[in-house]
Write a protein that binds this ligand. Structure first.
Ligand code: ATP
Ligand code: MG
Ligand code: MG
Length: 388
């Protein structure tokens, strides 16, 4: 299909699933990450680079081996990517380094969205985090409010809920030495997420609006389409599309948002890469988020409506498999139940089991959400009916 090589900064599960999608199109991929990382395990080209996506020299080694450079994580060294644009003028870097820079600092990302007229949760930068400055935020936003690390956050590691003035010392302790901003509490009814593909000409394509449910700040399940009225799904899609139109470059983006009790939609954050809320697309859509990303960064065709569900009545639930808190590999019991359940698919990432670590996910697909929900109850051990 294509004779160019795609280099991927990061070899976690997202990289692994990009590799799978690329392989089906005969597209060669090379990975920069630690030896035996999930993406390398399923890709035997032998050209991989061992090192870190945060290390300039390692990134340069990867760049020397590929025609297109992309990321599976936003916490990469952007100055090196910008330098590569000069040293390798023919190398395509997608998403563009400028976009990654805007997004990897969550406060800069907010400022960019506001400048482009996109609704986001109200927030303020904290230049100097002290008991006084955090109390001043409490006086302005009320309690609880969310204190967030501007950089290197994931799975809520970098967030602290400031419940009252009394929790300020603990907040300072938990998030010391990190650049911070504070965000007004978003009283959401639901969290929604939309995957958007941006083509090199700036056209955007959206996947259906999905609904995510988090437990302890980590995505637990994702329902697609979201269980909200069609009008809300449409507003979410338009908000997400407008947001992604404002970022240069191309590729797939995950847009997380809050659907407030008063009906308002606010963007929480954007990921310039495949996203956990888009895993359902592997089974529920004709083109997965991973294939869409590969096609976008290679500037391959993205026909109109390519990102629709497989059939008009497809419904899907994605369940994340997190490392069992008590027994190592205990989470595999859920996978075993999934294998016995019709309409489900298990994806394991080749990682060593650790409590709460993302070990894999299960997609459930059915012709009604009720059917998918029944199967989810079975997988979670809440019912004995697996629909077979
Ligand atoms: P990830 O990148 O893995 O999605 P993260 O570490 O960047 O996570 P956020 O997305 O900022 O963290 O927040 C994690 C979760 O915390 C959100 O999905 C939401 O459930 C909750 N949350 C975040 N900000 C707010 C807020 N302002 N008000 C209420 N809840 C919030
Ligand atoms: Mg995040
Ligand atoms: Mg998030």
């Amino acid at each position: 299909m294509d004779f160019r090589t795609v280099g991927i900064l990061g070899g976690g599960q997202l990289g692994r699933m990009i590799v799978e999608a690329a392989s089906r199109l005969n597209v060669k991929t090379v990975i920069l990450d630690a030896a035996n990382s999930p993406a390398k395990q399923i890709n035997a080209t032998g050209d991989h680079v061992e090192g870190s996506f945060a290390n300039p020299e390692d990134i340069e080694k990867l760049a020397a081996k590929c025609d297109v450079l992309t990321v599976e994580i936003e916490h990469v060294d952007v100055p090196t990517l910008k330098k590569l644009q000069t040293t390798y003028p023919d190398l395509k870097i997608y998403p563009s380094p400028e976009t990654i820079a805007l997004i990897q600092d969550k406060f800069t990302q907010k400022e960019h969205l506001i400048k482009n007229g996109i609704a986001v949760a109200e927030s303020i930068a904290i230049e100097n985090a002290t008991e006084q400055s955090l109390a001043a935020v409490g006086a302005k936003f009320g309690y609880p409010y969310m204190l967030k690390s501007r950089t290197l956050a994931y799975d809520g590691r970098g967030n602290f809920v400031v419940k009252s003035k009394d929790s300020i010392p603990q907040a300072l302790q938990e998030l010391h030495n990190r650049p911070l901003y504070a965000e007004k509490w978003a009283p959401f009814a639901k969290e929604l997420a939309v995957m958007i593909v941006r083509a090199v000409d700036g056209k955007v394509f959206s996947y259906p609006t999905a609904e995510t449910i988090h437990q302890d700040n980590i995505c637990h399940t994702c329902f697609a389409p979201a269980r909200v009225p069609d009008s809300v799904q449409l507003r979410a899609k338009l908000l997400a599309e407008n947001a992604i139109k404002s970022f240069p470059g191309c590729g797939i983006f995950g847009v997380e948002m809050f659907y407030l009790d008063n009906g308002e939609l606010l963007i929480n954050e954007i990921a310039p890469r495949p996203h956990n809320s888009g895993h359902y697309t592997i089974n529920a859509c004709v083109t997965s988020q991973f294939e869409a990303h590969v096609r976008a960064v290679l500037e391959l065709p993205l026909p109109r409506n390519f990102s629709t569900m497989a059939t008009y009545d497809t419904n899907a639930i994605m369940l994340n498999i997190l490392g069992d808190k008590e027994t190592k590999d205990g989470e595999l019991q859920i996978c075993e139940r999934a294998l016995r359940t019709p309409g489900t698919s298990v994806y394991l990432y080749g990682k060593e089991s650790r409590p709460k670590r993302k070990m894999g996910h299960i997609n459930i697909v059915g012709s009604s959400m009720t059917e998918c929900e029944r199967k989810l109850s079975y997988l979670l051990g809440e019912s004995k009916d697996n629909g077979s």
